[in-house]
Design a protein around this ligand. Structure first.
Ligand SMILES: [Zn+2]
Length: 338
């Protein structure tokens, strides 16, 4: 893969429902010029405000990553951003006529398939990588979350999850380089425990929720009465679960699909650093809050780095004009009498 920046060859259109808002939205992902990175545009609002995919714009990480800028909000940004980064796209404009990115089947598969269908094209400018040269860490001891990035010539991730659940237990997933994203990671769906999804539904917090856009895990016995209740709640005539397992006995796409989905979310959330990364991320029990905090650590480090190591090209032509400097000085009268 060359190290030139890339964008889409054509527009992509995708429609679907936002998981939390329940809004039906239409989205068009468009090619964008060099050094543009990813920008969302709320075409449903007056003046069509834009929201940069920048970690400084994150307002909440409850059940997904939400960005806000120019008075506009965009929810659940992680899966579409993961798909773009995972397919090697550097620049895209994501136009959307609602407040939330569609959840689709809970993975990034449909986005990846659409990107593959239109193809990507190389641009003139080189990629500007954030090259990790020293270890950077983020820890949240209370939640037992640890994140670390170490030097590595590829964007590589190793993720460990550990839930106090007999169904999920400890899982591990890895991606050795971004070229593995499409086949190994993109189809992995988000997951939720049945008791969580029930509570969220009852609280009206997952209006667009459906048992088909997440892996619903059942790690406790469900009585026939509760199953009846769930059918009404989810508006599904047939909800099946036999003992401990998955709702509707769905087939996992990979044995460790939940851990792979956590990896997908990290790729999407670290896109908010604003540049492609060369480094190896090791994450223990990550979530959106930790991913975003870690993205801030990385971004801050590089900002500091730039200030600390100024570079001067002594052979370069001076970029200033002597007349401009004279104009900056106070007028001659200022000096009189001093
Ligand atoms: Zn996710």
């Amino acid at each position: 893969m060359s190290d030139k920046q890339k964008t889409l060859k054509q527009d992509i259109s995708i429609s679907g429902i936002g998981l939390h808002t329940g809004c039906k939205v239409n989205m068009t992902i468009k090619p964008a010029p060099e050094n543009h990175w990813f920008v969302f545009k709320r075409v449903d609002l007056p003046e069509q405000p834009t929201i940069d995919a920048n970690v400084d714009n994150v307002t909440t990480t409850k059940r997904g990553t939400t960005l806000e800028q120019n008075g506009a909000e965009i929810n659940t940004t992680e899966h579409v951003l993961a798909a773009l980064v995972g397919m090697g796209v550097d620049n895209a404009l994501i136009e959307i006529d609602g407040p939330e990115i569609p959840i689709l089947d809970g993975s990034a598969r449909q986005y990846v398939n659409a990107i593959e269908a239109v193809g990507i094209k190389e641009q003139e400018a080189d990629r500007n990588y954030l090259v990790i040269k020293e270890n950077l860490t983020f820890e949240d001891p209370e939640k037992h979350v640890e994140m670390l990035i170490v030097p590595q010539d590829e964007f590589r991730l190793t993720v460990m999850v550990d839930y106090k659940s007999p169904l999920l237990g400890t899982q591990h997933a890895s991606m050795y380089h971004i070229g593995e994203f499409q086949k190994e990671i993109s189809s992995c769906r988000t997951f939720v425990f049945l008791r969580e999804v029930e509570a969220l539904f009852k609280a009206g917090l997952i209006k667009g929720g459906d048992v088909d856009n997440a892996i619903v895990m059942v790690d406790e016995e469900v009585s026939p009465e509760r199953l009846q209740e769930l059918q009404t709640l989810f508006n599904k005539p047939e909800i099946k679960v036999e003992g401990i397992g998955y709702l509707n006995n769905l087939e996992l796409r990979f044995r460790n699909e939940p851990a792979r989905h956590k990896l997908l979310d990290i790729v999407g959330d670290l896109a908010l650093v604003g540049q492609p990364i060369k480094g190896h991320v090791l994450a223990g029990r990550p979530g959106h809050a930790a991913n975003v905090a870690f993205a801030k650590v990385i971004k801050k480090h590089f900002k500091k780095d730039k200030r600390a190591v100024p570079t001067f090209d002594l052979d370069a032509e001076p970029v200033y004009d002597i007349n401009d400097i004279m104009n900056l000085l106070p007028p001659p009268s200022f000096f009189i009498g001093r």
